[in-house]
Design a protein. Sequence first.
Length: 251
Amino acid sequence: MHLLTAIPVYNEERHLESVLQEVRRYSPSILVVNDGSSDRTGEILAKQTDLTVITHPRNRGYGAALGTAFNHALQVGADFLVTMDCDGQHEPARIPVLLEAIHDADMVSGSRYLRDFHQKGLATPADRREINQTITGELNKSLCLNITDAFCGFKAYRRSALEKLHITETGWGMPLQLWVQAARAGLRIKEVAVPRLYLDPNRAFGGMLNDAGQRLAYYHRVIADALETSKCEPTVDFECYGAFQPFRSCR
C-alpha cells in the first residue's frame, strides 16, 4: 500500500518542523506544497531530505495547493492520499484513524463537530462555527449528504476517488467544490471525529474574507458554480431533505 500524506503550507515556519516530525511517525511518504511562502518556510524545507517539496513561486491559494497535491498523488501512483493542515489544528496521530475508516469508503473526512474531546485550547471563533453550520446544512440539504463539518481539511482519499475529482477552485472555498463533486460522483463518504483545536486567535483568512458576510457570500458562489459546472441527472425519483438523492449520471 502506497500512502502519501500531503501538507499545504503558507508561512508556517512556526509549526512546520514539529508537524513534520510527528507526521513521519505515521506516514512513510510526505509531500509538502509550499504555496509561495515569504517567511522561513522555504529555508526549513530545504533542509529536509526525506520528503518531496513542490513550491508555487507565488501564493496561489489553499485550493490550488491541494489541487497540486491531488495531481502529484495520481502521478506517483499513491493508493491513498491523506491531506492535513500545518497550523497545529490536525493531529498526525489521527492518520491511522482515517485509514482504518476508509476500508469501506472512498473518502473519509475529519469532523471537529461529530463529538467533543476533553481538550484544552481556544474556543472556535463564533463566526466560523456559525458559517460552518450554515454551509454544512445547505450542502446536506442540496446534496443529500449527512456530514457535520464542511470545512475540515484532514481527509483521506482512495486513488479511485481522486481520479473522479477535478478541482479548479483555488481559494478557501475549495472544500465546497469538493463536496459537490464527491456527491455527484457517488463517492462513499464517511466522517471520523477529530479534536477541535484552535491555537492562534489572530489567524485570519486575509482580504475581504476577514469579513464574515463576504466570506459567506463567497462560499455560496463556490457552491453555485460547482453545481452549475456539473449538471447531472438524478438516478432516483424520490426526494431527500427537499432535494434529490446524490447524482450519479453527469452530462
